[in-house]
Design a protein around this ligand. Structure first.
Ligand code: C2E
Ligand code: CA
Ligand code: CA
Ligand code: CA
Length: 288
């Protein structure tokens, strides 16, 4: 019931609309060299901005986490979605400074909310496979955590399966180091990356995020429902949180409830929104 209230209220604030990106003005995409130069500048000149999408716990109706999702607020082209510049950042190596910027900004934002006494939720940050493979990743992350003064218990890293599987021994060492610090780890896009489930035994993991492609048709496709169900039960058996991503419709939510899914994210509750909007829309759920 509380979850319904949360959904209702999210609707009433009128902030539940889909994010519409400004269409790219120039019909020709800039060359990737130009884009790279501009992206480098964007990181230095604070043109990047974090949006946040809430994660809702179904049993309590509480928001428990905000996922930080980066956008590029380009002075001429408007708001550019991550799919249009993250791949370039990964190819060019700019993902390392970009990823550090994202982590630092998310930590600083969390500290601001904490100081303001609002939005007492975890913050989840996406970690690109390139970042995760960087041998200095954990040291850099821990350095940023110490610099910003965030309590690492508030921090979650979202890592994809493929990124974890690249170098198993190294992965275990890195994850254990982060885990010891108190950071939570979730597996993003779970189910599409890698067929082996063996790694789940060895890695300290707190959460599985069921990829949106499975959730999309759970109300109409038996196979997608079966896979979603299996992941949810796997999560229960492993004693980790399970998040259904991309929940857009009530019919999906109803089915997820029946399958005993613990948490959801998706447009049904809210798309990723600016800091201002998240403060306006979700302030009222604090300390319930
Ligand atoms: P992701 O981590 O899987 O993030 C979820 C994406 O699904 C987000 O797209 C979000 O807006 C979208 N989404 C959420 N709910 C719904 C829904 O109900 N329906 C539909 N159709 N979509 C939904 P976004 O923000 O455009 O990000 C796309 C991808 O870019 C992310 O996928 C992630 O892989 C990457 N990304 C975003 N921010 C960062 C970042 O800071 N660092 C890195 N390394 N990657 C990032
Ligand atoms: Ca994610
Ligand atoms: Ca995902
Ligand atoms: Ca993804």
């Amino acid at each position: 019931k509380q979850a319904d209230q949360a959904l209702q209220a999210a609707k009433q604030t009128g902030k539940n609309k889909l994010v519409t990106y400004h269409p790219v003005l120039s019909p020709q995409p800039a060359s990737s060299v130009e884009m790279e130069t501009e992206l480098r500048k964007a990181i230095l000149e604070n043109q990047l901005i974090l949006y946040y999408q809430p994660r809702l716990e179904l049993s309590t109706g509480k928001i428990i986490c905000l996922e930080a999702l980066v956008r590029w607020n380009h002075p001429k082209l408007g708001m550019i979605p991550p799919n249009e510049f993250i791949p370039l950042a990964e190819e060019s190596g700019l993902i390392l400074p970009l990823g550090e910027w994202v982590l630092r900004e998310a930590c600083l934002q969390k500290v601001r909310w904490l100081e303001a006494g609002i939005l007492d939720y975890q913050v989840a940050v996406n970690v690109s496979p390139c970042q995760f493979q960087d041998e200095n990743f954990s040291d850099k992350a821990i350095h940023i955590i110490e610099q910003t003064g965030i309590n690492p218990a508030y921090l979650e890293f979202e890592i994809t399966e493929s990124s974890i599987m690249q170098n198993m021994e190294n992965t275990i060492a890195v994850l254990e180091k982060l885990c010891k610090k108190g950071i939570s780890i979730s597996i993003d896009d779970f189910g599409i990356g890698y067929s082996s489930l063996n790694y789940l035994k060895h890695f300290p993991i707190h959460c599985l995020k069921i990829d949106r492609s499975f959730v999309k048709n759970i109300h109409s496709n038996k196979d997608d429902l079966a896979i979603t169900n299996a992941i949810i039960h796997l999560g229960h058996a492993l004693n980790v949180q399970v998040v259904a991503e991309g929940v857009e419709e009530l019919s999906q939510l109803e089915i997820l409830r029946e399958t005993t899914c613990t948490t959801i994210q998706g447009y049904l509750l809210s798309p990723p929104v600016s800091v201002y909007e998240i403060e306006q829309s979700f302030h009222q759920y604090d300390n319930r």
